[in-house]
Design a binder for this molecule. Structure first.
Ligand code: AHG
Ligand code: MN
Ligand code: MN
Length: 341
């Protein structure tokens, strides 16, 4: 079998960007290396002193797990050593991390990252992930600034996720389709396993934390009931699948067809997921695979980014399913209820 590694693939694709000098390629390669290190720790998580909580609370008010901290440190170290980015935004850090070093002086990019997605699954051997989003800087020189991150999702240069699952996969897009790579542990390389990924326009899976049902907007409640109704023509009832790691749920739906919803709830009136380093990168990938991503009313990639840790509701997946859910939102949840940031 002829194997194409992530490194080989990136070099081949560099020719698609004749003006680029290879920085983006190097940045993607650095992400691949950091992902392998995180995967190694995830794989032996039960054996070493890395499970459990650090006792600290992060900027979101959530308990920080040791693996979150480890993953955050690994990716930050990789970006600092690589010299391709002038600032980093991370779920685990209140403020941006500007990079002021000799090698980053002429860095053109900034990166936003959710180093460990699905934290509640770390200790119980269920898939977790990493999400990243890359922008061209807006500021002119020196360390990056907030301005570099307050760009709409449509401005993303590249985005991707890593899923630490039954196998480890890296999936990314630079706006020319989506490609997936599976880590072959015997050679320690990500190998192209899912070229030009396309998501089915229809699906039969819906993914939502139904425990919050009572607190959902009416549009979402009615859509869930629609998913559960019997209808041979549309293969309903759909199956309910919810892992609680957004990356894993969305990855499965991307391949099999389905919808993932994290709506507003009474507890999280703006939704739970973060626009900059969760929703925008996932939306970019899913759109590039032929799917859709909205906040129930508006396209995610068109939303204004005003804060680093801004939240938004998310409806993402197979195009026809997202359209249907939006129809329900329009009918039963007034558009005035759309989250204003
Ligand atoms: P994180 O672990 O980075 O905080 O993100 C978890 C997110 C998302 O990945 C997942 O789908 C969702 O939160 C789960 O939330 P609930 O437990 O509220 O369903
Ligand atoms: Mn997350
Ligand atoms: Mn996280």
């Amino acid at each position: 079998m002829k194997v194409k590694t992530l490194g080989q693939f990136i070099i081949e694709k560099q020719a698609d960007f004749p003006y680029a000098k290879g920085e983006l390629s190097r940045l993607l390669r650095d992400i691949g290396i950091a992902a392998k290190i995180v995967n190694r720790e995830v794989n032996k998580a039960g054996l070493v002193e890395i499970l459990g909580e650090t006792g600290e609370t992060n900027v979101q008010g959530e308990k920080v797990k040791k693996l979150d901290v480890f993953a955050n440190e690994q990716f930050i170290a990789a970006f600092k050593a690589g010299g391709e980015v002038c600032a980093i935004a991370s779920e685990e850090n209140d403020d941006i991390i500007p990079i002021d070093s000799e090698i980053s002086k002429s860095a053109k990019y900034v990166v936003a990252i959710d180093p460990l997605d699905g934290s509640s699954n770390i200790d119980v051997n269920v898939s977790v992930g990493t999400i990243f989003s890359i922008y061209r800087r807006k500021s002119l020189s020196g360390p990056g600034t907030m301005e570099d991150f307050l760009q709409r999702g449509t401005e993303q240069v590249a985005a991707g996720y890593v899923i630490y699952g039954s196998s480890c996969m890296l999936v990314y897009t630079t706006g020319r389709g989506v490609n997936g790579f599976t880590l072959d542990p015997s050679i320690g390389e990500f190998c192209l396993s899912h070229p030009d990924m396309k998501t089915p326009a229809d699906g039969t899976i819906y993914s939502i934390n139904e425990g919050n049902y009572l607190h959902f907007p009416d549009g979402v409640k009615k859509y869930i009931k629609f998913c559960q109704e019997e209808d041979k023509a549309t293969q309903r009832p759909y199956s309910s699948r919810y892992i609680g790691s957004g990356v894993a749920d969305i990855h499965r739906n991307l391949i099999s067809g389905g919808i993932y919803i994290y709506p507003t709830t009474t507890k999280s009136p703006k939704g739970k997921l973060r626009l900059l380093y969760e929703c925008n990168p996932l939306a970019f990938i899913v759109e590039q695979a032929g799917g859709k991503a909205t906040d129930g009313f508006r396209r995610i990639l068109d939303l204004d980014v005003k804060e680093l840790h801004q939240r938004t509701p998310l409806f993402i997946g197979s195009a026809n399913m997202v359209d249907k859910a939006m129809e329900f939102m329009k009918t039963y949840s007034s558009e005035a209820a759309a989250v204003k940031n």
